[in-house]
Ligand binder design. Structure first.
Ligand code: PMP
Ligand code: GLU
Length: 395
């Protein structure tokens, strides 16, 4: 019967991050002592003040269908947040609340892309970009970067990748999986190239905005000439540890926001009522309320860099944000360890899972086959133990 599946689904990859997390869960259920560093999911509890507002929302009977584009109060809170943190003026009519930033990205793809349009993805890119673009029957065009440029795309690379079919560029900063952060000048350099190509739109995925150890997040939409051609994507999964609550949002040109609302109205309707009420509270709070999580990630980043620095065959950049390290492990390719030949990053991820009981994700899923992604959204004890195990099986 699986032959009867649509070509769309047959041709789609399974999300590698979710697949690895499921595999780790399965092995754990079989009794194996797996340390999961595959999923980008904060290990903190949601701050109490946010939980309290969700409980209040239940008691206040927020139980009906919500407006398709989000509660007016939430859109006002998002507009205020964009102004406060990003120097961006979005009217409520430019904001759409969705069931996670993943749905926001999907909406934008469906609303802006036609079959055959090209979308530039500086690689490594977040795992789902490429499949979402393909679902819109558009063509992902990968622009490979390497550890030498801190995994960032240069203006020259962008210029060289543009063709008459280029419709969009999608990128995240801080970047999942490399942790790289684009600064003001780097974004200005990209914007300068885009000035010559007025029909290209940008998706700026800023979901890791607050998890930035260098300080000073810059939104490309705030750069001269970019506002009318940028969709700023954000959400509460990462900074507020609210992954399961499924709220993401965009600030965008009005025509894109309207398209997303129209699409969402036929697919999911408005996002979850209780979660939206809680997110109003989350976004209205000062960033200082979540600083403890950011500080903890910073400490863990330093610890992981220090410990992984001694691991055989791992080359590291210094990620300035998010909660991943993305070591280049190509030095290990061609080696046989404990009877296991490692020809690529996927082999290594499998080897680490089987021999060290540590779940990571192959860089191939992010468009860089020389690397693996390790999430440090785990406790210090788990990180120490995991890296000791990795080190042992690679020595
Ligand atoms: N963009 C990036 C870069 C991410 O890492 C994630 C993680 N899931 C998402 C978007 C989607 O987030 P959400 O949980 O809001 O769907
Ligand atoms: N964004 C997270 C990650 O990259 C969560 C998993 C997912 O949504 O794919 O691991």
């Amino acid at each position: 019967m699986s032959d009867h599946l649509s070509d769309r689904i047959k041709n789609m990859s399974t999300s590698a991050t979710l697949a690895m997390a499921a595999k780790a869960r399965e092995l754990r259920n079989e009794g194996k002592d797996i340390i999961g560093l595959s999923l980008g999911e904060p290990d903190f509890n949601i701050p109490d003040f946010i939980k309290e507002s969700a409980k209040q929302a239940i008691d206040d009977n927020y139980s009906s269908y919500t407006p398709v584009d989000g509660y007016a109060e939430l859109k006002t809170a998002i507009a205020t947040k964009f102004k406060r943190d990003n120097a961006l003026d979005y009217k409520p009519s430019q904001i759409v609340v969705s069931t996670g930033a993943k749905q926001s990205l999907f909406n934008v793809a469906m609303v802006v892309l036609n079959p055959g349009d090209e979308v530039i993805l500086p690689a490594p890119y977040w795992v789902s970009y490429s499949d979402i673009v393909k679902l819109a029957e558009a063509v992902p065009v990968e622009v490979p970067t390497s550890i030498k440029t801190d995994f960032k795309m240069t203006p020259e690379q962008l210029e060289a990748a543009i063709t008459p079919k280029t419709k969009m560029i999608w990128f995240s900063s801080p970047c999942n999986p490399s942790g790289s952060v684009y600064g003001q000048e780097e974004l200005e350099g990209l914007a300068e190239v885009l000035k010559k190509h007025p029909n290209i739109y940008v998706v700026s995925d800023e979901i890791y905005e607050h998890i930035n150890f260098a300080g000073g997040h810059v939104s490309i939409a705030a750069i001269d000439g970019m506002y009318d051609r940028t969709v700023t994507v954000n959400g509460v999964s990462k900074a507020f540890a609210m992954t399961g609550w499924r709220i993401g949002y965009i600030g965008a040109p009005e025509w894109i926001a309207k398209g997303c609302t129209k699409l969402q109205g036929q697919v999911t309707s408005g996002a979850n009522a209780i979660a939206q009420r809680a997110v109003i509270t989350a976004l209205e709070a000062p960033v200082s309320k979540i600083q403890f999580m950011i500080d903890e990630f910073h400490k863990r980043r330093d610890l992981v860099l220090e410990l992984l620095g001694n691991v055989n065959g791992f080359k590291l950049n210094v990620p300035e944000g998010a909660f991943y390290v993305f070591p280049d492990v190509s030095e290990l390719f061609g080696k046989t360890l404990q009877g296991f030949t490692i020809n690529n990053a996927s082999d290594l991820a499998l080897y680490l899972l089987e021999k060290a009981n540590v779940a990571t994700v192959t860089g191939e899923a992010f468009g860089n086959p020389n690397c693996i992604r390790i999430s440090y959204a785990a406790s210090e004890a788990e990180l120490r133990e995991a890296i000791a195990r990795i080190s042992k099986v690679l020595s």
